[in-house]
Design a protein around this ligand. Sequence first.
Ligand code: NAD
Ligand code: DAU
Length: 342
Amino acid sequence: MRLLVTGGAGFIGSNFVRYVLSRYADYEVLNLDKLTYAGNLENLEGLENHPRHTFFHGDICDPDLVGDVLKRGVDAVVNFAAESHVDRSILDASDFARTNVVGALNLLEPSRKNRILRFLQISTDEVYGSLGPTGAFVESSPIAPNSPYAATKAAADLLVRSYHHTYGFPAIITRCSNNYGPYQFPEKLMPLLITNALAGLSLPLYGDGLYVRDWIHVQDHCAAVDRILHHGKSGEVYNIGARQEMANLEIARLILKSLGKPESLITLVKDRPGHDRRYAIDPSKLKQALGWKPRISFHMGLQETIDWYRHNAAWVEHVRSGAYLSYYDRMYGQRQKTLSEL
Ligand code: NAD
Ligand code: DAU
């Protein structure tokens, strides 16, 4: 199978590329990534000369490039590419609309024309909006996005849905809860808290710190995407989650305890505008229909994740200093040409 993975230099995409290459000895991955601030080739370290991994530096909004890549005989597309950080979308949503909506359409249309066998749209539980103290999102929960980021992801979901309904296009939407694990850009809560705690810096928590997220290890997310890619039903939506709800304050405390740092590092700061109070995913459909279940307990996964950031100080330093941005030139000099120039 030849897979086109978009956004494969980001957090989840790079974990997925590694997952696929190690699990399937005969699969080939074409990895298309724009390398925005969130795309980091150090996330793909060791795969530079992998015979079944080809990296393309480019934008999913570029129709010529997407067309050229698809012509290489792609069987399935997994679209991870996105602007993904809620706080940035609150400051300026234009890149979010461009990549998350226009980019998704720009993948859908040529994929349809090239008769792609499977198209996976990696969406998010944030399209469902916020929950009160009880209950969990199911696939039929109303779409009610609250942040500009979530609104653009919801818009893409609706386009994907329409492609299946109108053209019978073999698309599936996945909606996962908050991921954590290695290679996550430290603007997101988990790596921000861990790397700040390691450096003895304060741990900023928005508002009262009691906002709740439902956490899943990125490896469990990758395994779910794999299962859906191979066995999911076209036109369906699958929620992905590990039923691991946790308040932000509780996570901060666990990290500090694990690292032997004082709780006085926790600092309550100004709240995020429109901050969703609670997310919780009901993954029953995925479990019952496709037999997936998460394997990594939160406490084990959190400890492994803390250890990963502690033992990968160079990765953290390069991300924080911006040095990772020059990695492309060092490792991929030749491939800076666009595909059509090759
Ligand atoms: P990320 O920000 O770490 O990575 C996004 C990647 O997309 C980066 O490598 C970036 O360079 C690339 N990209 C951005 N714009 C592009 C464009 N126009 N063309 C090509 N590449 C582009 O994000 P992530 O956390 O890995 O999330 C991946 C996907 O999973 C996103 O679609 C996100 O909405 C979804 N998701 C994330 C989570 C989470 O907790 N992180 C949970 C559920 C769903
Ligand atoms: O639920 C899935 C979503 O999870 C994905 O679709 C998004 O791409 C991903 O970024 C994530 O969104 P969140 O907004 O939930 O993640 P973030 O890490 O930004 O924040 C998690 C919680 O921590 C949230 O309640 C806000 C809070 N927070 C965040 C930061 C960055 C803080 O309290 N302090 C912080 O400094």
